[in-house]
Design a protein. Structure first.
Length: 271
């Protein structure tokens, strides 16, 4: 998150931090009650032969409250997880269901207005060795103000790994994820310069409810995509609000394209 975005967040929201820490005794933390809902971290099953362990960050929102997608807009708080203090864990990758678009009167942003579970894939350094997850979590929960929720979840993945409820939760969370983009459902870059990114969407069925979301990363911040119909084609133009001085040599931008019947996700080259 850029300094400008942090400054905007602090200036435009009343930030009430809810901090917590859980103890390591099971594959799921206790629910932690926070303003607007409750949060917990769950793992399920044993790691596979490659050292991959599945879990979810579960956010149970109260009615009327919302939380953010991976790119929350110009002044939001994206969900983040840091496992650098864990034992035998080298990385944690969070994935996201297709979001909705919201307008809070100041900006438009992407997120969720219902309980949501973000699948998390943990990578172990050495499969078979004792593992301790200590995950620092930071996210935002909002009604009319934004409440930053930050704290530490400590889990022991070897304690009750065959819990059927936890495995069902992970399976259900993965099933809500967008599918992989494909030629008949996805986007193609048509133009990219210093000020905007333009993509053409391939959409199966009715194109009317389609939404395009692109996540700013590596110093990029994007405005709200503007949709247009041109010669029977659906085109989204995305303003580039901020960009790095040098285009990143590695990586890509994550996007989600959603319709009334489903959603896909993919990546785009940096403009």
């Amino acid at each position: 998150m850029s300094a400008m975005r942090i400054l905007s967040t602090a200036a435009l929201y009343l930030l009430l931090a809810a901090a917590f820490q859980t103890s390591a005794s099971a594959t799921a933390s206790d629910w932690v009650e926070v303003e607007g809902g409750r949060v917990r971290l769950v793992t399920a099953g044993a790691p596979d032969a490659g050292g991959t362990l599945q879990g979810v960050l579960e956010i149970d929102l109260h009615p009327g409250w919302k939380t953010y997608w991976r790119d929350p807009g110009y002044a939001g708080v994206p969900p983040q997880i840091d496992v650098s203090r864990s034992i035998n864990v080298t990385a944690a990758e969070m994935r996201f269901p297709a979001p909705e678009r919201f307008d809070d009167g100041f900006s438009k942003w992407a997120g969720y207005k219902h309980p949501v579970a973000f699948p998390v894939t943990f990578t172990l350094k050495t499969p078979g060795e004792p593992t301790q997850i200590e995950a620092d979590v930071f996210l935002g929960i909002c009604e009319t103000i934004c409440i930053p929720v930050k704290g530490t979840f400590a889990l022991d993945p070897a304690n009750d790994p065959d819990n059927a409820d936890h495995q069902a939760l992970v399976t259900a969370a993965v099933e809500t994820l967008p599918g992989a983009a494909r030629p008949d459902f996805g986007v193609t870059v048509r133009r990219a310069d210093n000020k905007q990114l333009t993509v053409e969407a391939a959409l199966p069925g009715d194109a009317a409810p389609a939404e395009f979301f692109v996540a700013g990363e590596q110093g990029y911040i994007f405005g709200t995509p503007e949709r247009a119909e041109k010669d029977g084609r659906t085109v989204f133009t995305v303003p580039i609000v901020e960009r790095p001085d040098t285009k990143p040599a590695e990586g890509a931008l994550h996007y989600t394209l959603s319709t009334a019947t489903g959603a896909v996700e993919g990546t785009l080259p940096y403009p």
